[in-house]
Design a protein. Structure first.
Length: 210
């Protein structure tokens, strides 16, 4: 048995246990542009939805110790432009996503590096991954910095201005065909998970009177 008190252990040990317990995690494959229009593309697995009205998402960008301001290119670009796109990762795009996970200098175009097509946005000036069947265009709502120390990071909250779902994975009634979509999730270390084995549970009815 392990009872780990975060203040008495290296942050890396805390991170390893957190990412092993909180699984599977969805992946936000975030595209941005800098002030010179150079695109950036990077995956983040601390990601989820916040609410549906207005449609809001968040992801967390960790501290980058090699940068003078400790910011990853993604966060710096969003702070500057106020825009980003969440691209969703499928099995077919897993290898390309992994290529974009590498730390590279800001001038490197990850779309080109991974052999991906950068397609123009409709509501933002940020390109999306043309090969993904689902992407959300977003405007920055807020950035909440938790810590700038090693292992720290910032919560980036975005308002979704466009939800795109390709016909190939779209189901009538605003559903998604998961057999066609085939998304992947993040486990821990180098591990990922597919979504082939699924089951349903009908939620119990509310016992609270309106």
């Amino acid at each position: 048995m392990v009872d780990l008190l975060p203040d008495s252990h290296p942050e890396r040990d805390v991170y390893k246990l957190m990412t092993a317990a909180i699984v599977p995690r969805p992946i936000a494959w975030v595209s941005t542009v800098d002030t010179d229009g150079i695109p950036n593309l990077a995956p983040f697995s601390f990601f989820n939805a916040v609410c549906g009205n207005p449609p809001t998402v968040l992801f967390c960008s960790g501290v980058r110790g090699t940068a003078p301001d400790k910011l990853k290119d993604t966060q710096r670009n969003i702070e500057t432009t106020g825009e980003f796109v969440i691209n969703f990762v499928t099995e077919a795009l897993a290898d390309a996503m992994n290529i974009t996970a590498a730390d590279v200098p800001p001038h490197v175009n990850e779309f080109e590096r991974a052999g991906l097509t950068a397609a123009a946005g409709r509501t933002v000036r940020v390109p999306h991954v043309a090969e993904t069947p689902i992407y959300f265009e977003c405007k920055l709502h807020d950035i909440v910095t938790i810590s700038t120390e090693p292992g720290g990071g910032s919560i980036i909250i975005g308002t979704v201005t466009l939800l795109h779902v390709d016909d190939a994975v779209y189901g009538e009634g605003n559903y998604v065909d998961f057999d066609a979509y085939r998304p992947i999730g993040r486990m821990t270390g180098s591990g990922y998970v597919r979504t082939h084995d699924r089951f349903d549970l009908v939620r119990p009815p509310s016992e609270i009177k309106p």
